[in-house]
Ligand binder design. Sequence first.
Ligand SMILES: O=C(O)[C@H](CS(=O)(=O)O)OP(=O)(O)O
Ligand code: MG
Length: 233
Amino acid sequence: MCRMRSHFLGIPELTRTPAVAVVIDVLRAFSVAAWAFAGGAEKIVLASSENETLELKARHPGWLALKDGAPAPGFDAFNSPAMLATHDLPGRTIVQKTTSGTVGALAVADARLLLCASFVVAGATARLLREHGAEEVTFVVTGEEGRAEEDRACAEYIGRRVESAEVDAEPYLHRARDSRWAAELAQDARRGLPGVHQDDVRLCLEADRFPFAMVARREGALMVLRSVPAPPG
Ligand SMILES: O=C(O)[C@H](CS(=O)(=O)O)OP(=O)(O)O
Ligand SMILES: [Mg+2]
């Protein structure tokens, strides 16, 4: 059994850069990112603003510009795992800008090890942390200034999975299914709001779907997220 000290902080509570950070956004940024890698995307540039996203897209016309919220001129894709599947992803670079997930990752950009995570990559993230021998980890609970239940539940699940592979995901998924944002997304999908698909919540709330973790690092002036195979469990 591996003992790891876990801290759970919202973005406004980050006063210093942790050595090891796991930034959680279940609904939906880092579920979307994981589905993008599963669909063959090569890398995801985490942008600091919509303007930066569009500037990068102008310099690299083949890149896919993705933002959350309403559609806007110049953007190609929504922050929706179901809708992303309609794009041609193999080998592509995505530039992603969202309200919570990408902001949280950029807030701890100088961490020695920076992982971005959600339920679909939770087990793989835990195995990578275990392999790294992390004794202390800061989970950045990006939603609702650290109070988003879906993000907190996922962070706690990953923390438990570092200590033991024998953890039942169901109680954690249940908390996420009952969260305020899961209910809002389901309602937005029923209303037909652009950028929200009725399958999104389901695609985000599946534990351990993918065998890779997602590591963010500076590459020149950019913060780049890549999938990294996790050791077997
Ligand atoms: O697209 C999402 O689900 C949210 C949108 S919102 O601005 O919080 O309503 O963004 P995310 O950064 O993925 O939490
Ligand atoms: Mg979120």
